[in-house]
Design a protein around this ligand. Structure first.
Ligand SMILES: [Zn+2]
Length: 482
């Protein structure tokens, strides 16, 4: 640096101006605005210094990496593009050495005599900065200096699947279990963790190392801005967990985390809402557990067959979605089923038959209700188990004495033909409840006369009991007299 030697950059700039002035070489001096790289955290300007570093060739493998990545499934499929764009944007090889203290040492020595780089035999972890070189140089010299540099963090984290698969340690295990079934990770490290892992495992094995890749998006702050330490808008997960609990947070994440869309906002209100769903689940389980399991013959009535059919539809839907790492759609459908279909409609209609205080139903019909309640609760718990593992474990353990996570994922029974749809039934119930409310009556108040579509004939007994109906007619036009 000549006459600038030893000066800091800012000082050197000042010195430069002084010297130009002294020599009458300064033509003009003014302020300009220009782009300059700055540190993301400290905001200090970054100065580049050319240094010799180790690089791993990657530019020449770009086409091959894109080709093998075609054999990997991306969830959601759209996230593949982030990977493809990154690979296409690579223009230089991968600088793998760093001048830092804490990381994996670059295991090489430099021959003091001929300057050759000496690589030790593989199989052992070397620390060249404190260990003597284990082998002689080609020139015959034993005098070598250990390298003091370390690897880029992705250089060794990129072999994690190989470690899991016991690569080079257990050939049989590796052959049987590769490739890895899943890499779950955030979108912000596609260009690092995912890319370097696929790249390095390709260099070592020649294969795509993952079957599936599942990309998560980000939770933004309440206003929709990216959380960042330096901006100060980070929501501390510990506080959230302390305030709302981990299970509501898990359920909320599943409900909001739609892989097909993008980032989603943190909402305290909605996390609290997810907590209410857990309370609902707990209360439904408590209600069902108040009654004994059915003993003797079971007569499934039309209402039971209807909710079993709805439950089965949900089982099929959840199975298909879970297989695609979609927790969002099952979570929403399950929450709706729990609150609306099951609790607000089926439970309300079947309560009279479950208690059967007036013995209006046969033992077999009562058993039908008990069987159905248990069938639905058991399946609701099993479908929720991947999302909210602890509360489902607790309820199932209390009810069945077994570990829900060791149970088989439910399979839906055969489709049952039902005369009415869920929407039609919920509309009917709501119309009756609304009429009673408008007249300031309790929901148990008597219905003197009602005219319904004949499609509801099959659930007549449950309707009469639940809504205290005195006279029921069938016709095209709905009417109600209270
Ligand atoms: Zn040498």
């Amino acid at each position: 640096a000549g006459f600038l030697k030893g000066l800091k950059i800012a000082e050197a700039r000042q010195k430069m101006i002084e010297l130009l002035k002294e020599n009458n070489l300064l033509v003009s001096q003014k302020q300009v605005i220009h782009r300059t790289p700055i540190c993301e955290r400290s905001k200090d300007p970054i100065e580049f210094i050319n240094m010799k570093e180790f690089y791993l060739k990657q530019v020449e493998f770009k086409e091959k990496i894109l080709e093998i990545s075609e054999k990997i499934n991306f969830f959601a499929p759209e996230s593949r593009q982030i990977f493809v764009d990154w690979v296409n944007s690579i223009t230089i090889d991968w600088p793998i050495s760093r001048r830092r203290y804490y990381a994996t040492e670059v295991p090489v020595w430099h021959c003091k005599k001929c300057n050759e780089i000496i690589v030790p035999p593989k199989g052992k972890y070397y620390r060249p900065w404190r260990e003597k070189c284990p082998v002689k140089c080609k020139c015959g010299s034993t005098e070598a200096e250990g390298d003091i540099r370390v690897f880029d963090t992705w250089f060794d984290s990129s072999i994690s699947p190989l470690y899991i698969l016991k690569y080079e340690r257990d050939k049989e295990f590796f052959a049987k279990n590769s490739r890895c079934s899943l890499r779950p990770q955030g979108k912000e490290i596609i260009r690092t963790w995912l890319y370097y892992t696929i790249f390095k495992c390709y260099l070592l094995t020649g294969k795509p190392i993952f079957k599936d890749v599942w990309i998560n998006h980000h939770i933004l702050d309440e206003k929709g801005a990216k959380m960042s330490k330096s901006v100060g808008n980070v929501i501390d997960p510990h506080e959230l967990l302390e305030k709302y609990g981990a299970e509501p947070f898990r359920l909320w994440c599943a409900i909001e985390g739609n892989l097909d869309s993008q980032d989603f906002r943190c909402s305290y209100e909605r996390i609290e809402g997810a907590g209410k769903a857990l309370t609902k689940l707990w209360n439904v389980a408590r209600f069902v557990s108040m009654f004994p399991k059915p003993e003797g013959n079971i007569n499934l009535m039309e209402l039971d067959r209807w909710i079993i059919n709805e439950m089965n539809k949900l089982i099929n839907e959840a199975r298909i979605k879970y297989e695609k790492y979609d927790f969002h759609n099952p979570a929403i459908a399950l929450k709706h089923f729990l609150f609306e279909t099951f609790a607000s409609h089926y439970l309300e209609l079947v309560k009279g038959r479950v208690y059967n205080d007036n013995k209006k139903f046969s033992k077999e019909e009562q058993n039908g209700a008990l069987y159905t309640l248990n069938y639905c609760l058991e399946n609701i718990l099993k479908l929720f188990a991947p999302i909210i593992p602890f509360i489902t474990y607790k309820i199932y353990k209390d009810l069945e004495g077994k570990d829900i996570h060791r149970e088989e994922f439910p399979k839906a029974g055969e489709k049952i033909e039902i005369q009415f749809t869920e929407e039609e039934l919920t509309e009917l119930n709501s119309a009756i409840w609304k009429t009673k409310k408008e007249k300031g009556l309790s929901l148990k108040a008597e219905v003197k006369e009602i005219t319904l579509d004949k499609k509801f004939k099959g659930i007549e007994k449950d309707l009469i009991e639940a809504h205290s109906i005195k006279k029921i007619n069938y016709g095209e036009k709905f009417s109600i007299v209270i």
